[in-house]
Design a protein around this ligand. Sequence first.
Ligand SMILES: Nc1nc2c(ncn2[C@@H]2O[C@H](COP(=O)(O)OP(=O)(O)O)[C@@H](O)[C@H]2O)c(=O)[nH]1
Ligand SMILES: [Mg+2]
Length: 363
Amino acid sequence: MNSGKVAIVIPVLGPDSHFMPYCHSLLEHGADRIIIVDDGSPDKTNFDYSGWEDSYAEKIVLLKHCINLGKGRALKDAMNHFMNMEDVSDFCGIITADSDGQHTVDDVCRLKETLQQDQDRLILGIRDFDHNKIPVKSAFGNRTTRRVFHLLHGVKLKDTQTGLRAVPTKLIPLYVGLYGERFEYEMNMLIHSARNHIGITEIPIPTIYLNNNAGTHFRPLQDSFAIYKLIFGTFFRYILSSVSSFAVDIVFFRLVLGLAQALPLTQTGRIFTATIAARIISSLYNYLVNRNIVFRSSGNAVTSLIGYYALCVVQMLLSASLVALLVHGVQFSETVAKIIVDSFLFLLSYYVQRKYIFREVTS
Ligand SMILES: Nc1nc2c(ncn2[C@@H]2O[C@H](COP(=O)(O)OP(=O)(O)O)[C@@H](O)[C@H]2O)c(=O)[nH]1
Ligand SMILES: [Mg+2]
């Protein structure tokens, strides 16, 4: 049984003069251990705690990267270190916090209390981006990201980019192996939490921007791109799966049509045979790709296969009914109506497959 100790993980890159007093203050407020990952900071800023009191020194672990490997790598190394600590069984989890003073000691303590009470959920310290003192760029970026995240991953969060997070020990093995070396890693933690149906608790914290966030290491283009690549990853694979299924359908239609020449069938009979055979093959291909590559589901294959084909039938019937409705009711042309309806059903199908048919995942 875990006791309530909590390790504070702080990834640092070129910390300023506030960092040592911040660690001090965390210790004074009862931090059980602080794991600092100094990530190839330039020499002159390398931080040194050798002068600290012995009792504190025991509580501080300093991991160093000889070159800068990124915040994600630093967090993963700290989690790995944590899981290998001799006394890990005394701890109920970790709290990740930024080194630049954006997370107050009070907020860290509040997350600690929440973690001690609930060790099944990921806990986020969330900032309120509707507040008018936030730099416009940050507020806009965060609002957009949380909306897209909700749309594609089905979880509504107020702040997807917060670095203040409490992670219970039992969830750490899930997170420690995830892809992502820099800021995108923290997004991947959220994506995998959503995919694995891990509950997320949100604790409001003040939004502190020091000097209009001038000291940030976040590179707007590269880091945003890496984050968005992950957010859109599943949906992008879904699009590729659909396009390639269409190609498989056409190729097999041609192939079977050719082979059917040898059969005693009318031309209509051959077209029907080729259409049905090609559709069976392309839908099976689409099912397998969606299950194994798009949604990476580990659920029962028979159940998901039945669900998948039931969805195909419903989708076909819905498509025909809605196109008829638009053509008769709003007098759209059949082609325009079909493009609108099928685009909508394409998105709906993504939602149903992610949420119901390929719900179970391994990690
Ligand atoms: N270990 C490590 N920490 C980093 C790196 N980049 C940023 N950090 C830390 O991550 C936290 C958040 O980074 P920051 O640059 O302030 O990003 P922002 O708060 O999102 O603008 C800070 O405490 C930084 O010290 C990095 O490359 N490696
Ligand atoms: Mg910061």
